[in-house]
Design a protein around this ligand. Structure first.
Ligand code: ATP
Length: 333
């Protein structure tokens, strides 16, 4: 039996996380879901948006499935998501973007993985204004964190049958910060002679991904570029409702889809559960349950290809739970 921390989160979070749990449970794997919430929905009751009992539960279980969490104004946190990543040293944000058969996309062969450095860059939270007419944000980059994410990207290739790493940067302008990031990843590349390695400036990388995504495999980059490029890539394969993700450290992993709380569709039961269901498949791979992970992925693809029980973002009329139930039925075929 696995003990997994579940954070339903805000907005569409509870709806898609529930759907995802339903599909995972349909595989018969014995999971004890320990639900402890964070974010706007717990602030009033708990007096904090990031309760201590959640941190303790994650520390105990070491694996969590998380919905999108909104950081309430006045909660004392700049971002709960960033806080969690820092607290547990979840330095690698892994976002595989793969075209799904049956979804119209101009990029049917897209299959790449974005590895985003998760702890530094313009997300380090060092921002101040000197007077009311100027504001500064510090882009923090260290050799240690850059080498660590570089090594992670090359190791990821080894573990996941990937062959090439592209380091995305803007070192032509940001000579010191992105320069250090680039130099660090380049240094790591030397230890992995069997893995192809290339470097691309971020603006060129965006254009190349849109022209020919098939030429990419694993892309490693600083935090901000990773944030933007993964939404761009999600759009290329059909939208944010489809792309899974994981925040990984050496000890603890929080699995979390790329999308946010989508307040525009929250509470209507129409959010696409695919991203969080594929996120749980990543979680099952991590737990060593690769067979069930594969079954879930194939079930998702079958339901989408069939095109009946799909949510409105994919052109269908199904609710979140309709789609989850259809996927669970395929799991048991
Ligand atoms: P955040 O600031 O929390 O990252 P955001 O405002 O950038 O959030 P999302 O919440 O990710 O953005 O939503 C962006 C758009 O994608 C919205 O129009 C939303 O409805 C849509 N979207 C996101 N997730 C899903 C989903 N699972 N199913 C359907 N549409 C979704």
């Amino acid at each position: 039996m696995y003990n997994i921390t579940v954070i339903p989160g805000d907005g569409i979070g509870p709806e898609v996380v529930e759907a995802s749990k339903y599909v995972v449970d349909s595989t018969g794997i014995n999971i004890n879901w320990e639900e402890v919430n964070a974010g706007a929905s717990v602030l009033e009751e708990e007096g904090t948006a990031l309760p201590d009992k959640l941190l303790k539960n994650i520390e105990k279980n070491r694996v969590a499935l998380k919905g999108p969490v909104t950081t309430p104004v006045g909660s004392g946190f700049r971002s709960i998501n960033v806080e969690l990543r820092k607290k547990f040293n979840l330095y690698a944000n892994v976002r595989p973007v793969t075209a799904i058969p049956g979804i119209f996309s101009r990029y049917p062969r897209m299959d790449l993985v974005i590895i985003r450095e998760n702890t530094q860059d313009l997300y380090s939270g060092i921002e101040y204004s000197t007077d009311d007419s100027s504001a500064h944000a510090i882009k923090l980059v260290t050799r240690e964190a850059s080498e660590r994410i570089g090594r992670f990207a090359f190791d990821y290739c080894g573990k996941n049958n990937r062959r090439k790493v592209t380091c995305v940067h803007k070192a032509n302008i940001l000579k010191l910060t992105d320069g250090l990031f680039l130099e660090s990843v380049r240094n790591m590349a030397k230890d992995y002679p069997d893995i192809e390695y290339e470097e691309l400036i971020v603006d060129n990388a965006c254009m190349q991904v849109v022209i020919d995504p098939g030429r990419f495999d694993v892309l490693v980059m600083p935090n901000l570029y990773g944030d933007i490029m993964s939404d761009m890539c999600a759009g290329m394969v059909g939208g944010l409702g489809l792309v899974p993700g994981a925040n990984m450290g050496d000890e603890i992993v929080i699995f979390e889809a790329v999308h946010g709380s989508a307040p525009d569709i929250a509470g209507r039961g129409i959010a696409n559960p695919t991203a969080v269901i594929l996120t749980s498949a990543m979680m099952l791979d991590y737990l060593g349950e690769e067979r069930s992970a594969g079954i879930i992925r194939r079930a998702v693809y079958s339901v989408i290809k069939e095109g009946v029980w799909i949510t409105p973002d994919l052109g269908g009329k199904a609710t979140t739970m309709d789609m989850a139930r259809a996927i669970a039925e395929y799991v048991n075929i």
